[in-house]
Ligand binder design. Structure first.
Ligand code: SAH
Ligand code: SF4
Ligand code: F3S
Length: 435
């Protein structure tokens, strides 16, 4: 029997990318689907959605409109992910042509969803932490592995706890088994995923006798033969205790790039966000990391225009930017989200002021990136190649996560080579292989 064609569009974060891999694995092993890259050919079009800001939610409804016009007769449309979790059956009301709605924490039910007309399950208390999904990976070289589901924090701006539910850690033996499978199929890099990875081990779905934390888990994964590189996202600055920083610094398989989501440099705003740390704590941890590991790179997330953010609060954010000199930032204007406390806060910052602050922040960051790029001229890095680029180029990453591109072809993929940087730019370092 010829296979049915599945087209899937993934919005949002790395967790959604992994969820899409799980969906593809489920549908190909149980329902005779195969992945295709043309929505016009598809028997099933799925949109894996994000609701962290309003923009991706608006994108969902415009995409449904586009797919509805171009899909072949009889093809189904399914909506899954975080927007499915929080809008639920409102999606059917706004887009009656959608066939099923599957919340971010119900991926294992996709087989049932495709066979049931108007299926909907958006239960955020459903526990998928011990479900073993089939094998499918977008990349042969890098394997994403979930280590927890949900999030136990209640940052006042954030919708994620309302779309992915409470935090439950995945048992370490399942994570190790996944990593071993990935290595067997050729991946040398393991990328551990969770909303709050360094809170790992607080709660499992079954009672466990042994206590294990994120540092212990990192050491366990690093002991697997064939794992060369370990990355993870997102750690929380609050849980960056000395044990964690020491493990990060000492374990040679852990890549020396740390994501430290700042959100704001103002202690007053951090309190209103319920982040649990102060400007001083954040600076202490970031500067300690720089001290312990001179080659470390630090990335961050920043929100500007949070309710009540004054010029002085914004100056504090700029101060942290100038002192830490992040190698990468993801910066956003505050977007009020349904179900969150901050959406009801007063002292809303005028949109023009927020836009202006974003511009100031980003242009200062561009200057910092230019300085960092310049300092990398003629440096030699170990680069693990994982992606083909148009025009006979291959791209990969240094241990500290800089993107490097060289001339070359397939035979470089999955290999680590020494590269001399000949033309460093803000986002990509261009270089030549020296060994
Ligand atoms: N668990 C991760 C964050 C996931 S959401 C962490 O704590 O780092 C990714 C980023 O989106 C957040 O770090 C934050 O900077 C941004 N974000 C979340 N909610 C937002 C909102 N309401 N408005 C603007 N940006 C938001
Ligand atoms: Fe959202 Fe905060 Fe949880 Fe991150 S830690 S997902 S920002 S609630
Ligand atoms: Fe990720 Fe967006 Fe959900 S950032 S957790 S897909 S709201």
């Amino acid at each position: 029997m010829s296979k049915k064609q599945l087209y899937i569009e993934t919005l949002g974060c790395a967790m959604n990318t992994r969820d899409s891999e799980h969906i593809i694995a489920e549908l190909s092993s149980k329902e005779n689907y195969e992945l295709c890259d043309d929505p016009k050919m598809a028997d099933l079009i799925m949109i894996n959605t994000c609701s962290v800001r309003q923009k991706p939610v608006d994108k969902l409804f415009s995409e449904i409109g586009v797919f509805n016009k171009l899909k072949k007769k009889g093809a189904k449309i399914g909506v899954c992910g975080c927007t499915a979790s929080h809008l639920g059956d409102e999606i059917f009301k706004r887009a009656p042509n959608v066939n099923f709605v599957l919340g971010a924490r119900n991926v294992s039910k996709v087989s049932k969803a495709v066979k049931t007309e108007k299926f909907i399950d958006v239960d955020i208390n459903y526990d998928e932490s011990t479900y073993v999904f089939g094998e499918y990976r977008n990349s042969l070289y890098k394997a994403y592995i979930n280590i927890s589901i949900g999030c136990d924090k209640s940052c006042t701006y954030c919708i994620v706890p309302h779309t992915r539910g409470e935090e439950i850690s995945i048992p370490p033996e399942l994570i190790v088994a996944e990593a071993k499978k990935a290595v067997k199929s050729g991946a040398k890099e393991i990328f551990l995923l969770g909303q709050n990875v360094n809170n790992y081990g607080r709660r499992f779905s079954q009672k466990r006798a042994s206590k294990i934390d994120f540092s212990d888990l990192l050491d366990m994964v690093s002991e697997i033969d064939g794992v060369d590189r370990i990355r993870f996202t997102s750690p929380h600055p609050l849980h960056m205790d000395d044990k964690f920083l020491n493990t990060f610094a000492k374990n040679r398989k852990i890549c020396k790039s740390m994501h430290m989501p700042l959100q704001s440099g103002s202690t007053k705003i951090l309190e209103a966000m319920k982040r649990g740390y102060s400007k001083e704590w954040f600076l202490d941890r970031a500067l300690k990391l720089r001290d312990m590991i001179p080659e470390v790179s630090i990335s961050t997330d920043i929100i500007v225009g949070f309710p009540g953010e004054s010029d002085k609060d914004f100056d504090d954010t700029m101060d942290v930017l100038n002192r830490v000199k992040f190698e990468q930032i993801f910066s956003f204007k505050f977007s009020p989200r349904p179900l969150t406390a901050a959406s009801k806060f007063e002292n809303v910052v005028d949109d023009r002021v927020a836009s202006q602050r974003l511009k100031i922040l980003q242009s200062r960051q561009d200057e910092i990136l230019d300085e960092i790029a310049k300092s990398r001229q003629n440096k030699i890095y170990d680069v693990y190649f994982e992606e083909l680029r148009a025009g006979n180029f291959v791209a990969g990453r240094t241990d500290n996560n800089a993107l490097v591109q060289v001339e070359g072809s397939e035979e470089l993929l999955g290999r680590t080579c020494k590269v001399k940087i000949t033309n460093p730019k803000r986002l990509t370092l261009y270089g030549q292989i020296v060994q």
